[in-house]
Design a protein around this ligand. Structure first.
Ligand code: SF4
Length: 158
């Protein structure tokens, strides 16, 4: 088990492909082009499925990171996006713009000895996969009964 974990820690992170500089200089498309399914599964297989996942503690909305990553590793993309939606309705955005290096990825145990699992890239992949291959289903709407705090109200009154 420890041997398996050490091997995963040494496995390099799967780099996301990017447009060639000469091509990207002539268009306004995103520079990173996204993982393929094979790349996503390879990256997902680097996750140690920690029992006490630091990555979840580092995520402001508490996404079940090992859960959705495990679903990707097993090719269950329908399950992976729905798992994400339980905590985050905007994985395409968060996978692109969240500062993962100081949040989830900054707390990933694999990052202690190697490169952290590319959680943001995997989140983005789930959302893009759903957009391209999904049923068009939208994330569930938030519970209207849930209490909303006005911005001026402190979450933890002194
Ligand atoms: S801390 Fe890293 S290795 Fe552990 S569950 Fe989270 S992503 Fe996977």
């Amino acid at each position: 088990m420890a041997e398996k974990a050490a091997k995963k820690t040494k496995t390099p992170r799967v780099a996301m492909p990017e447009q060639d500089p000469k091509v990207r200089a002539r268009n306004f498309l995103e520079v990173p082009t996204g993982y393929t399914m094979k790349m996503a599964q390879e990256e997902a297989s680097r996750c140690l499925q920690c029992r006490k996942p630091g990555c979840v503690q580092g995520c402001p909305v508490g996404v079940d990171i090992p859960g959705f990553i495990d679903l990707i590793a097993h090719g269950d993309m329908t399950g992976a996006i729905r798992n994400l939606w339980t905590k985050n309705a905007l994985p395409a955005v968060c996978g692109r713009v969240c500062p993962q290096e100081i949040q989830c990825e900054g707390k990933c145990i694999v990052g202690r000895k190697g490169e952290p699992v590319a959680i943001g890239n995997l989140e983005r992949f789930c959302a893009d996969y759903e957009r391209e291959h999904g049923t068009g289903e939208l994330p569930p709407r938030p519970n209207p009964q849930a209490r909303k705090l006005p911005l001026s109200e402190p979450a933890h009154p002194a």
